[in-house]
Ligand binder design. Structure first.
Ligand SMILES: Cc1cc2nc3c(=O)[nH]c(=O)nc-3n(C[C@H](O)[C@H](O)[C@H](O)COP(=O)(O)OP(=O)(O)OC[C@H]3O[C@@H](n4cnc5c(N)ncnc54)[C@H](O)[C@@H]3O)c2cc1C
Length: 483
């Protein structure tokens, strides 16, 4: 008879990984599943990376409560997990009388939500803080508790720490059905495999409504809303914090932000679309993003753009996060409609899910050997000369630079391939090491990473993929071309 898990978590985005980690504090058998070849392949890898303060959501909503609660947990969480997080502050910028009125409304809403330190600042103060801002600025709402995080770093670190504390991760495992017994959900089906569990947590992002439908729940639907972005070369770094325009009913607007690695990023726009896989970027969308961003920072020059990408928000039909035990399908906990500010709220969502599981009867006995600390692998680019020399002395592979733009070494790539949540394709290495994310966008490093992956995984180069089966990087050696 196959083993029975206490909890199976479906979806290894930031929400699922933090839930798995929060549950790993207890004496439980936990399974974390994802359909992709790595963790962090959904919305968690393609967002604005802002840890919102919480002035935006409507007071009393799950979004408001969990955003403010999640934001407050970020310092401790990122210290424990060794993740880049910067409380750099955020600004909502007003250009007109109407905008100034909006700032006032946001200030009051933020105060009702319990956001600390909010204040409206003058044009002069705004220009002092961000000298490249459009000089037509009239005033701004300053939020000192707002910040930025490395969302890949956070998701991967949460998954690794969960594994270190006993969680089992299964990738390339798409949940296609639910096991039911006498009306109760008793596990998940993934193609020809099945996994029995006392509880199933549905954290499947934009697909969470489809998991709900597998349990016969069809009252909640998710519509994808695409957002497109530009990333600029680090030489074009006009801002040190996060600049928002005044929000609209569907979006917080096109933002100009710095990232934890010092790149300027701009976006997103907001387009309701049909397909849950459609992460295309479009010429019209990118135009909209550029013009929106230049309204905030006119000097942004598109010639310095190094990358474009798009992410899909999981917009739920109720307009709020849905986080609850399913009454008509006991055993199933839904964590659905986690659109923005889901990244900011994720640590608080994880704690809420633990409480729901407790209320539903899951016995939670703390583990004596739980370790919340994850020591991040060495980041060569951040080390001093002395530290670099010491690292190379322990392993000469740290002396071989594979990615010149981001100074990533072979040692770091090998460590990622053999990590607790192994990086088994090019994009997985990129998310862990930044290899290929600099100015040349992989032009220099890709052949070398391909060789390293093939060698470490013990497979031919033709089996090495960009992001999982079907995305093989090469089809055959150049000398094997058919004539
Ligand atoms: C454009 C954009 C901008 C955003 N900006 C911000 C921001 O600045 N700040 C903020 O707080 N939030 C922001 N968000 C929201 C934030 O990114 C999300 O709320 C958060 O990433 C959701 O995490 P998740 O784990 O719920 O979903 P995801 O990261 O999408 O993870 C869901 C996982 O489920 C897996 N899955 C789906 N179906 C199945 C299945 N059948 N079987 C197995 N696995 C399955 C997927 O592969 C995926 O890995 C933004 C989102 C977008 C799209």
């Amino acid at each position: 008879m196959s083993e029975v898990y206490d909890v199976a978590v479906v979806g290894a985005g930031v929400v699922g990984c933090l839930i798995a980690r929060a549950l790993s504090r207890y004496q439980l058998k936990i399974l974390l599943l994802d359909k992709e070849a790595d963790v962090c392949c959904g919305a968690s890898k393609a967002n604005t990376a802002i840890v919102h303060a919480g002035y935006d959501p409507k007071p009393g909503t799950q979004k408001a409560i969990l955003n403010v609660g999640g934001n407050a947990m970020y310092d401790q969480l990122c210290t424990e997990l060794g993740v880049h997080f910067l409380r750099c502050g955020t600004y909502v910028v007003a250009f007109s009388d109407d905008d100034v009125q909006t700032l006032d409304d946001l200030l009051k809403r933020g105060q009702r939500n319990g956001v600390p330190g909010l204040r409206i600042i003058s044009r002069e103060e705004m220009i002092r803080a961000e000298p490249h801002i459009n000089p037509e600025v009239r005033a701004a709402l300053y939020t000192p508790s707002g910040g930025i995080v490395d969302p890949f770093g956070l998701t991967i670190a949460a998954a690794e720490n969960a594994v270190a504390n006993g969680v089992e991760v299964r990738l390339e495992t798409e949940v296609t059905g639910l096991l039911r017994h006498e009306g109760r959900v008793k596990g998940v089906v993934a193609g020809t495999q099945s996994f029995r569990s006392h509880f199933v947590v549905n954290a499947a992002g934009v697909y969470a409504d489809e998991i709900m439908r597998m349990a016969g729940l069809d009252g909640f639907t998710i519509r994808p809303r695409r957002g497109e972005y530009f990333v600029f070369d680090r030489e074009m770094s006009p801002v040190r914090s996060v600049l928002f325009p005044c929000p609209t009913p569907v979006s917080k607007g096109i933002v100009v932000t710095t990232t934890t690695h010092g790149n300027t990023m701009v976006g997103p726009n907001a387009q309701d679309i049909e397909s849950k896989e459609d992460t295309r970027v479009t010429a019209e969308g990118l135009d909209e993003v550029l013009h929106g961003a230049q309204r905030l920072v006119p000097s942004l020059d598109p010639r310095a753009v190094i990358r474009v990408f798009a992410g899909l928000r999981a917009v739920g039909s109720t307009g709020d996060f849905l986080i609850e035990a399913a009454r008509e399908a006991p055993g199933l906990i839904n964590v659905a409609g986690i659109e923005s500010p889901g990244l900011s709220a994720a640590p608080a969502i994880a704690e809420r899910v633990v409480e729901i599981l407790r209320e539903e009867g899951l016995a939670l006995y703390p583990k004596s050997d739980y370790n919340p600390i994850r020591v991040p692998p060495p980041d060569f680019s951040e080390l001093s000369h002395r530290e670099r020399a010491a690292l190379i002395a322990t392993d000469p592979r740290y002396g071989r630079i594979v990615c010149r733009c981001e100074t990533v070494t072979e040692g770091e790539i090998v460590a990622a391939i053999h990590g607790l949540v192994p990086a088994r394709n090019y994009d997985a290495i990129k998310r862990r090491t930044r290899c290929g994310s600099g100015r040349c966008q992989g032009g220099f490093d890709t052949p070398r990473v391909l060789e390293i992956l093939a060698r470490e995984l013990g497979c031919p180069a033709t089996k090495v993929t960009l992001n999982g089966p079907g995305s093989e990087l090469v089809v055959r050696g150049t000398k094997e071309v058919d004539h």
